[in-house]
Ligand binder design. Structure first.
Ligand SMILES: NC(=O)c1ccc[n+]([C@@H]2O[C@H](COP(=O)([O-])OP(=O)(O)OC[C@H]3O[C@@H](n4cnc5c(N)ncnc54)[C@H](OP(=O)(O)O)[C@@H]3O)[C@@H](O)[C@H]2O)c1
Length: 292
């Protein structure tokens, strides 16, 4: 299987995945809303085409001649036309339909650990809905449920500010453990799925080595810098009120605040050993983004 269409190839996971696929000899087509945003992708064997999950015609065209599709796009923070329920439900269904209509035999969908029909967060329910839609589509598939990406939730949301200013603001108390996975490992699992048809039609769950609280992450940065990091906390009550007030204007930011408050009350731990027993691969810990 050599020709792969990636949706979300400009994203945190997508760009790493596109690089890994190309380095293994796959011919990769990236569908991007703004193709100029994908100009940084290595050029050899990579084609960028304009398109949008909300434009079924562009999906059908992009799927032509492809042997696999990876959907690594989402719009958790979107609003208006790009609200999550439009992109993450209607758009993802349109993509699965387009792949089937174009005769693409295999589809990989990126989901989240914990996806369930009764999850407290709508985004987790949407992921579950699309998982079901894909399973029932008749396409050969893999669903990859991942924990929080460390490149987003540690490097971008904590590390950037700590390394630049020596201080950081965290949502809530930050004392509950969370599992963080590297997008490099998620991309490796997707490649494994492409290369092992005997593992098709399965849901795989992947996390990283570490279950660690945000406060402990800040301590790790502090050790690395050799000086204390100033952490300020947005109280949970403020998160709850802001989430409600902002909702009519920006459902995406409201959702993020709701999730931050919820996950500050409940640990989000994950054990990766069952996956590693089945799939020959290694996963890294948070030192990948914090440094040794
Ligand atoms: N981030 C996490 O912690 C995490 C954890 C578990 C699972 N996941 C899942 O993993 C996947 C990748 O996440 P990520 O964090 O790497 O994403 P990301 O960095 O936020 O990038 C999102 C991607 O989706 C694309 N996109 C958004 N709306 C689109 C539309 N209407 N049409 C076409 N493309 C659209 C964006 O393209 P543009 O360049 O056009 O904006 C971008 O490439 C997602 O399915 C996500 O739900 C993420």
């Amino acid at each position: 299987m050599k020709k792969v269409l990636v949706i979300g190839g400009t994203g945190t996971l997508g760009k790493v995945l596109v690089g890994q696929l190309a380095s293994k000899g796959y011919i990769v087509r990236v569908l991007a809303r703004k193709p100029q945003k994908a100009a940084f992708l290595p050029q050899d064997g990579i084609e960028v085409v304009p398109g949008d999950l909300l434009d079924k015609g562009s999906l059908l065209e992009a799927c032509q001649g492809m042997e696999g599709v990876v959907s690594a796009a989402h719009s958790m923070l979107g609003r208006g036309r790009y609200a999550s329920e439009q992109v993450d439900v209607a758009g993802q269904k349109a993509l699965i339909d387009a792949a089937r209509e174009a005769g693409v035999p295999y589809f990989v969908f990126l989901s989240v650990v914990g996806a369930a029909p009764d999850h407290k967060v709508d985004f987790w329910r949407s992921k579950w809905q699309i998982e079901q839609y894909l399973i029932q589509s008749g396409l050969a598939y893999n669903i990859i449920r991942a924990t929080a990406f460390m490149e987003v939730h540690i490097r971008e949301m904590l590390g950037k500010s700590i390394l630049k200013n020596g201080k950081v603001m965290i949502f809530g108390k930050g004392d509950k453990a969370t599992n963080f996975v590297s997008v490099k490992d998620v991309a490796r699992l997707i490649l494994h799925c492409f290369e092992h048809p005997e593992h098709h039609n399965r849901i795989f769950e992947i996390g990283g080595r570490d279950n660690i609280s945000r406060l402990d992450i800040i301590n790790r940065y502090s050790q690395k810098l050799g000086k204390p990091v100033l952490a300020t906390h947005m109280p949970n009550g403020v998160l709850r009120v802001l989430s409600k007030v902002i909702r009519p204007f920006h459902p995406g930011i409201s959702r993020v605040m709701f999730i931050a408050d919820l996950f500050d009350q409940e640990e989000q731990c994950f054990e990766v050993e069952p996956l590693l027993r089945e799939v020959e691969m290694e996963v890294c810990g948070v030192e990948e983004v914090i440094g040794g």
